[in-house]
Design a binder for this molecule. Structure first.
Ligand code: ADP
Length: 290
């Protein structure tokens, strides 16, 4: 359900304002005692106070989100480190059941880590929406780093990752941290929603046109996305019916779309040639004049 808040008209004797926020301390002369110019000045002051109050509140919320996200990251890393250590059997042999429990614990750590990364990115986008660090960077280097980072997820879902970069699509103009986030989301989804034991492909090729763009496509061999849902899944908190139980937030693709907008690029989903989905995004090869 959508909630809308009607602006509250204050300043009449019949309807005194509820004392919250910056107005709580404001002493308000009665309307009858004010000439129009004084009243206008007072309303302007109140609006400015309210604006500053809202900015402060928003900053405090962002700070809290950052603290929570960062504070979660450290203990997750520590827990996962101990899981790894126990699994290496350096501190004694494990039974099959103990091994299984620890592997489950590791999976949860990974999920939580991705969740926190998404939260951080969401917050980063909200605060600094217009400030990606755009420069010419190597797509291949970025992809190799992401593949290494996601190797445990790959092993877990028994899937292979193939990367193909055309010679004229080696570099593009992007912010590595942001595009890494896009790739982690798309490839992570490929592992999550693709076929167990299947193959995920990442293909980079140059698109024609002026200015020239590089297209990066992530293809999986899962069930694909029905045509009527292809736009909707890029909206925040939207998840397809069949995936509601799989523990995501429905934010990953919305974050990808915002990152792409900040790069003057685009992102969409279509069909992969052999069935499955093909998520593709485009990046300018050189800085685009604004
Ligand atoms: P999350 O994966 O956390 O739910 P996303 O925003 O990444 O959030 O994805 C939104 C929804 O789009 C998913 O819940 C899923 O239903 C659908 N989806 C995303 N990637 C794929 C894919 N590779 N194959 C099929 N469906 C997908």
């Amino acid at each position: 359900m959508e909630h809308t808040t009607r602006p509250r008209v204050t300043g009449t004797r019949e309807d005194p304002p509820i004392a919250t926020g910056p107005q709580a301390t404001a002493t308000k002369p009665s309307a009858a005692a004010e000439d129009p110019a004084t009243e206008l000045a007072r309303v302007r002051r109140e609006m400015e106070d309210l604006r500053l109050h809202l900015i402060r509140e928003s900053q405090q919320r962002d700070e809290l989100l950052t603290i929570v996200s960062h504070e979660l990251r450290t203990p997750i890393t520590v827990i996962d480190g101990f899981n790894k250590l126990l699994l290496s059997e350096q501190s004694g042999p494990l039974t099959d059941e103990q091994r299984r429990f620890l592997e489950e614990s590791r999976k949860s750590c990974r999920r939580l880590n991705l969740f926190v990364a998404n939260l951080l990115e969401k917050e980063r986008l909200r605060v600094g929406e217009s400030a990606p660090h755009l420069a010419i960077n190597s797509l291949r280097t970025l992809l190799e780093g992401v593949a290494t980072f996601l190797a445990p997820l790959m092993a877990e879902s028994d899937q292979k990752l193939e990367i193909e970069v055309a010679p004229d699509a080696e570099t593009a103009c992007f912010d590595p941290m942001s595009i890494e986030q896009v790739l982690v989301n798309l490839i992570g989804n490929g592992f999550k929603y693709g076929r167990r034991g299947g193959t995920l492909r990442v293909e980079c090729q140059q698109l024609g046109g002026d200015p020239a763009y590089v297209e990066v496509a992530v293809l999986d061999d899962g069930p694909g996305v029905p045509e009527e849902e292809r736009e909707r899944i890029f909206e925040p908190y939207v998840r397809r019916e069949e995936h509601l139980g799989s523990g995501g937030l429905g934010l990953g693709l919305a974050i990808c779309r915002r990152i792409m907008a900040s790069h003057r690029g685009s992102i969409s989903v279509g069909d992969a040639p052999g069935g499955g989905s093909r998520f593709a995004f485009s990046l300018p090869i050189a800085p685009v004049a604004s």
